[in-house]
Ligand binder design. Structure first.
Ligand code: F6P
Length: 542
């Protein structure tokens, strides 16, 4: 008994640790023979997605131990609390209610206050603006229709819409969409390059409307619009999305061009809100609605499916077994879909900002390792970059493969090649290649015994490297919505198991405030106290 968690939780972790010790001694492959129902137990369908966890180090006992932990830690109660709009984000005294955003017919309450009416009304305004911009009923200051939306925002106000747009954008559509997040001036310059202010709509997204990067980029865009269209004209080209609408108005955006969202929507969970407005305009309203519906289907699955067939729960348990049971501190996410190239970056924020914590809500230090490093790139590209390490490196890095079974873009034979690669990679990681096999091949090539002795070990693949495969039948607004919601709920489950608040982000504050101090110095202000290394760097940059 640790003194800060219940005996039931301590016991459940001890059981999981025992299962992990066994897993460390048991090749995953051997489990298929030992447990004939493995394929059934570790595959499932949820909201149109197919999950295959059969290549994870989860034995029947490991899974049962994990499910016992889920029960003991109170995942079900926290899930209920989240959907009931209770104060799940304790450090900020907020509800966490992103499911309300994709259930326009729902009746959700945040901390007892009804919210679904406001959600409906905001969706209604988004719908109107999206249709009016697309039809040309809403035009710019010179009466020209809008041809491009420039979305300005960062972090949760950028990564979701960027992912959605790249995943679903038409090759050619009536409205283009560009993004500017970084305060590196080259980004807004590139975003505006070649555009005509008269046909450009700027959508500035910031939950707080205080974020340095976003305000700096919005100022550049506002000046760019004003230079061509004048102050009054520029107003017709600016829309804001914020949980602080007054601040957006103070920035100079007309009230009827400000779309609200609410403090119960975390930035990294906000793509379903008006934060997704740029996508609704550029993709069209129907796809955006379908995206919300896909997420709502995953919400229903998460709420209703039994724990042992619950996709977010099983995905979280695979993570916890690898991270806590087997000490694996990274996870690679590799979508075999060019359109999902941004998924790893999106998940970096979702998972690492949510669960990269070492202190519990009660102020005690956590007892177990929390979020791993998440990284990745699209396959097959990643195969020619970091996969060497995944196959033969000294660390075991579990993977998540995202596969789109049917692809309408491009020749069918290319898609079959893509599919063959992902299947082969997962197989190679699991099965590996023995030294005997390598030696036989090298002998067949007539290599000398001395050469074989040095080369064969280098060409061995140890195998037993775990992966999960998530299959989308097609990449559609619905399947993308379900996929993102799957990860959102996985984050919640992990947060409960690790006993952390997944919904605050105090760790981003220190750097922000120090940057303001350093900025004052770089702008010629008085020198401040710094460590010697930082002082030297400031001097050089001055
Ligand atoms: O990086 C910290 C953070 O607060 C994220 O959580 C958030 O998504 C991002 O900055 C942008 O914040 P805002 O939407 O308030 O501009």
């Amino acid at each position: 008994m640790s003194g800060i968690e219940s005996q039931a939780v301590t016991d459940a972790w001890a059981r999981l640790d025992r299962a992990a010790e066994a897993a460390a001694q048991t090749p995953i492959l051997s489990l298929f023979e030992a447990e004939p129902d493995r394929l059934v137990r570790l595959t499932l369908d949820a909201a149109g997605l197919h999950l295959d966890l059969t290549k994870q180090p989860l034995s029947a006992e490991g899974l049962d131990a994990g499910l016992a932990l889920v029960r003991a830690a109170g995942v079900e109660a926290r899930r209920t609390a989240l959907f009931a709009g209770l104060e799940v984000n304790r450090s900020e005294h907020r509800a966490v209610l992103h499911p309300a955003l994709r259930a326009p017919d729902g009746d959700f309450h945040a901390l007892g206050e009804p919210v679904s009416g406001e959600v409906r009304s905001t969706l209604g305004r988004m719908h109107r603006l999206a249709e009016d911009v697309r039809s040309g009923d809403v035009r710019g200051a010179t009466d020209l229709p809008f041809g491009t939306v420039v979305h300005i925002g960062i972090g949760g106000s950028d990564l979701g819409p960027r992912l959605v747009w790249e995943a679903l954008r038409p090759l050619q559509g009536p409205i283009g969409l560009r993004f500017a997040a970084n305060v590196d001036g080259s980004e807004i310059t590139a975003a505006l390059h070649g555009l005509d202010p008269a046909t450009t709509l700027v959508v500035c997204v910031s939950k707080t409307f205080t974020t340095q990067e976003t305000l700096a980029n919005a100022t550049v865009a506002r000046d760019w619009l004003r230079a061509e269209l004048g102050e009054t004209g520029a107003r017709k080209h600016f829309v804001a999305v914020s949980a602080e609408p007054e601040r957006a108005e103070s920035f100079g955006i007309d009230r009827d061009r400000v779309f609200s969202f609410w403090d119960w929507v975390g930035g990294r969970f906000s793509v379903w809100s008006a934060v997704g407005l740029s996508c609704a305009i550029a993709l069209g309203w129907r796809p955006f609605e379908a995206f919300l519906a896909g997420a709502a289907a995953m919400d229903a699955h998460f709420l209703e499916a039994p724990l042992e067939h619950n996709a977010p729960v099983l995905l979280a348990l695979a993570q916890v077994m690898n991270r806590d049971g087997l000490g694996r501190s990274a996870r690679a996410v590799v979508p075999y879909a060019r359109r999902l190239t941004l998924l790893p970056a999106f998940l970096q924020q979702l998972e690492m900002e949510s669960n990269g914590k070492r202190v519990r809500p009660d102020g005690h230090t956590v007892l177990r390792a929390t979020a791993p490093v998440v990284f990745g790139d699209a396959g097959t590209n990643g195969q020619h970059a970091f996969f060497q390490m995944l196959h033969q490196g000294s660390d075991v890095v579990p993977l998540e493969f995202i596969v789109v079974a049917r692809q309408d873009e491009g020749p069918a034979d290319l898609h079959r090649m893509l599919l063959s690669n992902v299947v082969a990679q997962a197989e190679a990681l699991l099965v590996g290649r023995s030294e005997d096999d390598v030696r036989a091949e090298l002998e067949g090539k007539g290599m000398s015994a001395a050469e074989i002795d040095t080369l064969a070990p280098q060409r061995v693949f140890p195998g037993d490297r775990p992966s999960t495969t998530i299959v989308l039948d097609r990449l559609t607004p619905e399947s993308l919505g379900a996929l993102i919601a799957l990860y959102e709920h996985k984050v919640l489950v992990e947060g409960v198991l690790w006993d952390i608040n997944s919904f605050d982000q105090w760790g981003v504050e220190l750097g922000k405030s120090l940057a303001n101090r350093v900025l004052a110095e770089l702008e010629g202000g008085p020198a401040q106290a710094h460590d010697p290394s930082t002082l030297a760097l400031i001097e050089r940059l001055k």
